[in-house]
Design a protein around this ligand. Structure first.
Ligand code: NAD
Ligand code: IPM
Ligand code: MN
Length: 367
């Protein structure tokens, strides 16, 4: 029997709740497909810091090293609670960035998808949405400001100062460019390159390399858009986008905005792919404001399972079945709290009920 080792990093806040629902799906996928998932939980995030003194303990590193794929829940605390942890040990700097660096997961796929039948979840008007929202943000994940040189201190004038640099070399840009062009080639042959070359030298080099790599993809049309304008177009005409590529920080911000146009960050799964290892996580955070209330939307976590099935385990058809199962739960009129509309006849369901209904739907799909 085929067996896969999957490291499960539940995370903080709503992480454990939505991971529980993801595990229900994994259990069903295993039994339907006659495979085995060896699921092992590892401490990761603020919970790990408080229990073990480190947000990414050695035992979890070993678990991840040995895993065929990693499924990760969101980490982090509220702004106020974070202050209980020294800055460099906080889970973002102490666990998440080290995870990305450890496996060099440079290619972050953040699909932004809402079929027309679910357009009512979006805050955008129906005439803007047209026949649905369907594009993908490809975010460079291990370069730029996040991983550049940092310095803090007292300057010559006696003032506290800080400096962080946005660094890329041409190889880092070329490899994410290739991922973006390959994705565009498989989809509609349209690639939006998001940049800020009117100000940032890093974007000038980025764009040069985009042109060079683009020579190998004559069938892909490239449209260059400044990042500030792109933010507007996401609201006014998201239908123009199919594949968008951008550097790390731009991708962080625009992908949350993309969640906003869908109606909730709870609809945003993601895949973080490196040369030898990949991990899968919701694009959103640990949502401390709604933790432990059974109201979080687990779509992002279950969608991350679907991306793992497709991108790490070669189970494309089953991944599609998972997506369809989730959409069909919504199409039946059920809604999680984040997507409920005031005054509408909502068939409101909690985190666990959503997972159970997805299991019911998936069980009906032919293997
Ligand atoms: P957040 O993404 O956690 O929440 C923003 C808003 O979206 C909140 O109102 C929240 O309730 C809602 N939301 C998010 N996911 C949802 C879901 N699945 N269902 C329903 N509603 C959902 O952002 P934040 O509050 O700014 O950050 C909280 C913590 O998460 C911070 O510590 C931050 O650093 C961390 N964070 C972690 C990751 C990660 O692990 N990859 C990503 C982003 C933020
Ligand atoms: C994300 C998150 C992270 C990021 C934080 C938590 C470090 O916001 O995955 O989008 O900025 O990359
Ligand atoms: Mn983010």
């Amino acid at each position: 029997m085929t067996a896969y080792k999957i490291a499960l990093l539940d995370g903080d806040g709503i992480g454990p709740e939505i991971m529980t629902e993801a595990v229900k799906i994994l259990d069903l996928v295993a039994s339907r497909n006659n495979i085995e998932f060896d699921l092992r939980h590892g401490a990761f995030g603020a919970n790990a810091y408080f229990a073990h003194g480190h947000a990414f303990p050695d035992a979890t590193k070993k678990l991840c090293d040995e895993a065929d794929a990693i499924l990760k829940g969101p980490i982090g605390l509220s702004h106020e609670a974070s202050r209980k942890i020294p800055v460099d040990m906080q889970p973002e700097r102490g666990a998440l960035l080290p995870l990305r660096r450890r496996y060099n997961t440079f290619a972050n796929f953040r699909p932004v998808y809402l079929p027309q039948g679910l357009a009512h979840f979006s805050p955008l008007k129906p005439e803007i949405i047209g026949d649905g929202i369907d594009f993908i943000i490809i975010r460079e994940l291990v370069g730029g400001l996040y991983f550049g040189k940092k310095e803090t201190g007292i300057n010559a004038q006696g003032r506290r100062f800080v400096s962080e640099s946005l660094e890329y070399d041409e190889d880092q840009i070329a490899r994410i460019a290739r991922v973006a062009f390959d994705t565009a080639k498989k989809r509609k042959g349209l690639l939006h390159n998001i940049h800020k070359s009117n100000v940032l030298k890093s974007s000038v080099l980025w764009n040069e390399v985009m042109v060079e790599v683009g020579q190998d993809y004559p069938d892909v049309e490239v449209v260059n858009i400044l990042v500030d304008a792109a933010a507007t177009y996401l609201c006014l005409n998201p239908g123009q986008f199919d594949v968008m590529v951008m550097e790390n920080m731009f991708g962080d911000i625009l992908s949350d905005q993309a969640g906003g146009i869908l109606g909730s960050l709870g609809l945003m799964p993601s895949a973080c792919i490196g040369p030898d290892k990949a991990y899968y996580e919701p694009s959103h955070g640990s949502a401390p404001d709604i933790a432990d209330q059974n109201v979080a939307n687990p779509y992002s976590m279950i969608g991350s399972v679907a991306m793992m099935l497709e991108m790490s385990l070669g189970m494309e058809a089953e991944a599609q079945n998972v997506w369809h199962a989730m959409q069909s739960v919504f199409t039946q009129g059920y809604t999680t709290a984040d997507l409920a509309k005031p005054g509408a006849q909502n068939k409101m369901i909690g985190t666990d009920a959503f997972g159970d209904l997805v299991v019911e739907e998936l069980a009906k799909a032919p293997v």
